[in-house]
Design a binder for this molecule. Structure first.
Ligand code: BEZ
Length: 209
């Protein structure tokens, strides 16, 4: 059984393109995203790492640190960085872990023997300030991830962690949210004035500030 939602994120210390990094110290009180890619100098991975570098200011705004990992060594990541810049125009601006002995990959179950037991699959782990895993995603090697979607999920996770609300299908920042069943109608009237009852089990309100 791999890592489940709500599990404590395994801590580790690893070599990265920005030097030695301890996960818990690096994240501090903030949020974290650990994402793996199969291999350096491969096409989909090159576009993905550039996409994340471009979105780094968005992750910063959300108090979220991003860390990439693959089973290639740090030297290889450094050489590959120039290609990422050539192809995507983005400079690597977050740490990329070199994990040739698979310490991190094994801790997080990022090697998928049914896919290829020498490569990391495209996993994403969102880690909350309490160091618990809030989201996991696994994509196959041939499908690049949508990092705008990961930002959208982060917005939802951060909102629902703070207020007793949930977010509906396709929700985006600024749209109405759902008041969870944990909030009585009486409390909802005080906390979310003007909320709407669509069905007795579906009450909506403007996104809390
Ligand atoms: C890629 O990033 O393009 C890739 C990596 C490993 C296997 C297949 C594709």
């Amino acid at each position: 059984m791999g890592i489940q939602l709500g599990d404590e994120a395994p801590d580790f210390t690893a070599e990265t393109t920005e030097g030695k990094l301890n996960l818990y110290e690096y994240l501090g009180d903030g949020w974290g995203i650990l994402f793996s890619h199969p291999k350096d100098f491969t096409p989909v991975c090159t576009t993905e790492l550039g996409a994340v570098a471009r979105l780094k200011p968005e992750f910063d705004k959300r108090n979220t640190k991003v860390i990439a990992v693959s089973v290639d060594p740090v030297d290889s990541h450094h050489q590959w960085a120039q290609d990422i810049e050539d192809v995507t125009g983005a400079t690597l601006n977050y740490p990329v872990i070199g994990d040739p002995d698979r310490t991190v990959a094994d801790l997080y179950g990022m090697i998928h023997p049914n896919a290829n037991d020498t490569l990391t699959v495209r996993s994403v782990f969102v880690i909350g300030p309490d160091k618990k895993v809030k989201l996991t995603l696994t994509y196959p090697a041939a499908t690049g991830r949508n990092f705008d979607e990961i930002l959208r999920v982060l917005d939802s996770l951060q909102l629902t962690a703070k207020h007793q609300v949930a977010t509906p299908a396709d929700w985006k920042q600024g749209e109405d949210v759902i008041i969870t069943g944990a909030v009585s109608d009486e409390d909802a009237a005080t906390r979310f004035p003007g909320y709407k009852t669509v069905k007795p089990y579906l009450r909506t309100t403007a996104q809390p500030k």
